[in-house]
Design a protein around this ligand. Structure first.
Ligand SMILES: [Zn+2]
Length: 308
């Protein structure tokens, strides 16, 4: 009897390697409109290139992490209109890092930041933008390009100024930080600015599902972007070609209003945009229950960014 049970278990593990749930919503996941909340234009290809890829892949809205080498977020906004989620600050954050070093990222009097905040207030007032991103706080990792690496405090006066403005306009700040920075500053800043949706790019690299659960239980304004957590980024922290890990499906179903998807076509991946969308449609979304799938694919982003 014991031997039979062992044989059955062995057979089951062979037919479903790593599979943790059934992909029950394949058709909906293949066709639903997607909001891509981590679309860079780093590769210098410009708005037209991305608009074509978005249309081919039924991505109705995208952006939320800043502009590219040719176009500012507001240039891209005027090209893509309501489809583009403009986010300010990334270009300036890099420019100050490269000219003044890490300490420059604490200096509100740096002329680059002064100029940013002057323009930001006008853009917020005009309704062209509702937030800042992707702001790298701690990106020290073997997977990040070494030139832009830094580890600073989330409580830098420059970063807090972004939260202040976003709080005034019910906006967002998308940050890239690692779980090894600890959670104290995340908790204090999210409490201080409760109207700001604090979006954790890549769902806080390094964090375990139960750590995200604890953060979400403590703060209702923390949100995860699931970009760069699958196979093409060679990461697979959340999902692989066999589907999402069980602890991540459980987490997403437990907090269905707190997750969004993104491609992060950085680092030479712009030509793989369609593949990045396909892996979300094939290996992540179909494993979610229908209402959760709809929320993660676009509903949460529509609510958070006021998309139409
Ligand atoms: Zn990014």
């Amino acid at each position: 009897m014991k031997r039979l049970l062992a044989a059955i278990l062995m057979f089951l593990s062979m037919v479903a390697p790593g599979r943790t749930a059934e992909a029950t919503n394949v058709e909906l996941a293949r066709t639903i409109s997607i909001a891509d909340v981590h679309m860079h234009l780093y590769g210098g290809k410009g708005s037209d290139f991305y608009l074509t890829r978005m249309t081919e892949n039924n991505v109705q809205w995208a952006g939320a992490v800043g502009g590219g080498p040719k176009d500012s977020p507001l240039d891209i906004k005027s090209a893509l209109g309501h489809k583009y989620i403009a986010a300010l600050g990334q270009t300036e954050f890099f420019a100050v890092l490269y000219t003044a070093g890490e300490k420059g990222l604490y200096d509100l009097n740096n002329p680059i930041f002064k100029n940013l905040f002057d323009q930001a207030e006008q853009a917020f007032q005009a309704g062209l933008v509702r937030g800042f991103g992707e702001i790298h706080i701690n990106n020290i990792s073997p997977f990040s390009p070494s030139r832009g690496q830094r580890k600073i405090d989330l409580t830098s006066p420059v970063v807090l100024k972004m939260f202040e403005l976003s709080q005034k306009y019910d906006g967002f700040v998308q940050i890239h930080t690692m779980s090894n920075s600890g959670f104290d500053q995340l908790l204090s800043v999210s409490a201080k600015y409760p109207r700001v949706r604090l979006i954790l790019a890549h769902c806080l690299p390094g964090a375990m599902a139960d750590e995200i659960d604890e953060l979400f239980k403590k703060r209702s304004n923390l949100i995860c972007d699931l970009s760069a957590t699958g196979p093409i980024h060679k990461n697979q922290r959340v999902y692989s070609v066999n589907g999402p890990k069980k602890e991540w499906i459980d987490l997403i179903e437990k907090h269905p209003t707190r997750f969004m998807v993104g491609t992060d076509p950085c680092c030479g991946l712009d030509d793989q945009y369609s593949g990045l969308i396909s892996e979300i449609r094939e290996h992540l979304l179909p494993y979610l229950k229908e209402p959760t799938l709809r929320a993660v694919a676009n509903g949460n982003a529509r609510r958070i960014f006021g998309l139409r």
